[in-house]
Design a protein around this ligand. Structure first.
Ligand SMILES: Cc1cc2nc3c(=O)[nH]c(=O)nc-3n(C[C@H](O)[C@H](O)[C@H](O)COP(=O)(O)OP(=O)(O)OC[C@H]3O[C@@H](n4cnc5c(N)ncnc54)[C@H](O)[C@@H]3O)c2cc1C
Length: 414
């Protein structure tokens, strides 16, 4: 099977790259083992929240020039970063994903623990905040579904009260959700979202919430609406008499799964081939060039292309793997940046910046990975597999994935 480009990994980076290549007329395949980091998404896409020295970033585009030269944003270049950031809102819109926020200034979003965190773009489900000083609402009702353990109402109430709001916390029992409780393991966000795929269930919820609406300025519920389309969430917001603030739950993330589905749908609608549940096991490398790849499901049938993109993620998705003494990339065995001294991989304070988060595949400025120091011309690496940045510490995970994906797609078509 021959394609223009083969993309290994169908998370945010692989999908953005595949969509951009299809939009520019290429014939691509994405091969992906399984779930991606989007299934665990907070509901926001981070561009740059902090510099490596820990100082907060208010205007991300102005701060990019202060990053080290090996940071993926510096490899893309400040001007191109600005252009791709501009492109992102329209790109998302074409995929049916509505986001709030802009790159001039970070806004704040609520974490599942009720903390405020800086971010770039936030899915339409969620309420955003211009600053962290004061909330607009004085009377807030925080409501959970009985038996749902992945939504921490008291933490959220504490946070809102610290910002001057008066909160009531309660649980409601709704017959269609109660059915899930017969088996406690079923009481998960994605299953609750399936219940609310029906207008009837949403109407029941609205009727149950009606008396509360009269007493408060705003309602807070867990973000469990709209697994494959935003319509249930939009319908619920329209029907309620008071503003609704959805707060991210513990994983799985309903808005994140929906985003994954919307991106996948767009890629397929544009003619791309998505091979879900298959794993790329190795590459056939001849004279420093990738000639083809071997996957678990296709066995002896080699897949080949002019270009290959490694978007297989970081440790979390097994795009890179740690041994006791080293870190390696399992598909092509390309060079990985890591510290030879294992004691320097982590800090014992779990809240401190963790050095291992900077580990990843080494590339040149065009995102070509290296094999024993020599670049591979028809292979690119994008997203969280890259070295040189710390998504947790810097708050730049989605930004690096989206922008490196767009940059590599443009290099490929050029
Ligand atoms: C748990 C978690 C939550 C996060 N939440 C946020 C957030 O809310 N906001 C934010 O800005 N950033 C967040 N990040 C940072 C995140 O890294 C990026 O936002 C981004 O989603 C990463 O996308 P990716 O495509 O590079 O990798 P991934 O999403 O990890 O996708 C890699 C894909 O490659 C597949 N794969 C791996 N190996 C192979 C193989 N050999 N063959 C075929 N397929 C393979 C995997 O199955 C997976 O689907 C989060 C990261 C993690 C780990």
């Amino acid at each position: 099977m021959k394609f223009d480009t083969i993309i290994i990994g169908g998370g945010l980076a692989g999908l953005v790259c595949g969509i951009r290549l299809q939009e520019k007329g290429q014939n691509c395949v994405i091969i992906s083992t399984g779930q991606s980091a989007l299934h665990f998404s907070s509901g926001s896409l981070d561009l740059l929240g902090k510099l490596p020295d820990g100082s907060e970033v208010v205007h991300p585009l102005e701060a990019i020039g202060q990053l080290e030269e090996f940071h993926p944003y510096r490899k893309i270049g400040v001007e191109k970063v600005k252009q791709y950031v501009e492109d992102t809102n329209l790109f998302m819109e074409r995929c049916g994903i509505l986001v709030q926020g802009n790159s001039d200034r970070n806004h704040y979003r609520l974490t599942p623990m009720g903390m405020l965190k800086q971010t770039w773009l936030t899915f339409e489900d969620f309420t955003t905040f211009e600053n962290r000083e004061k909330f607009l609402w004085s009377r807030v009702a925080i409501i959970n579904f009985e038996g749902f353990l992945d939504f921490y109402t008291q933490f959220i109430a504490d946070s809102f009260e610290a910002h001057g709001a008066m909160c009531t916390v309660s649980s409601i029992s709704l017959p269609p959700v109660e059915k899930l409780r017969s088996n406690p393991t079923e009481m998960r966000s994605a299953n609750i979202a399936r219940v609310f795929d029906s207008y009837e269930s949403i109407n029941q919820l609205v009727a149950t919430l009606q008396p509360v609406c009269d007493e408060v300025d705003m309602l807070v519920l867990p973000a469990v609406f709209g697994l494959s389309s935003p319509i249930p969430m939009q319908y619920l917001k329209q029907r309620l008499a008071k503003p609704l603030c959805l707060v991210a739950t513990m994983p799985p993330s309903v808005p994140g799964i929906r985003t994954q589905q919307q991106l996948t749908r767009r890629f397929i609608e544009l003619g791309g081939t998505f091979m879900m549940g298959d794993t790329v096991e190795r590459g056939n490398i001849v004279d420093g060039q990738i000639k083809g790849i071997v996957t678990t499901n296709h066995g002896d049938i080699e897949l080949s292309a002019d270009n290959y993109v490694l978007a297989s993620g970081s440790f979390f998705s097994r795009g890179i793997i740690a041994r006791p003494d080293s870190v390696y990339e399992p598909v092509f065995n390309v060079d990985v940046y890591f510290d030879e001294d294992r004691a320097k991989w982590y800090q014992t304070d779990v809240f401190a910046s963790q050095p291992y988060m900077n580990f990843g595949v080494k590339t040149d400025v065009d995102f070509h990975p290296m094999m024993q120091g020599k670049k591979i011309d028809n292979l690119y690496a994008i997203g969280s597999i890259l070295s040189g940045f710390n998504p947790m510490q810097e708050g730049c995970g989605a930004g690096v994935s989206i922008l490196s994906a767009m940059n590599v797609a443009d290099k490929i078509v050029k």
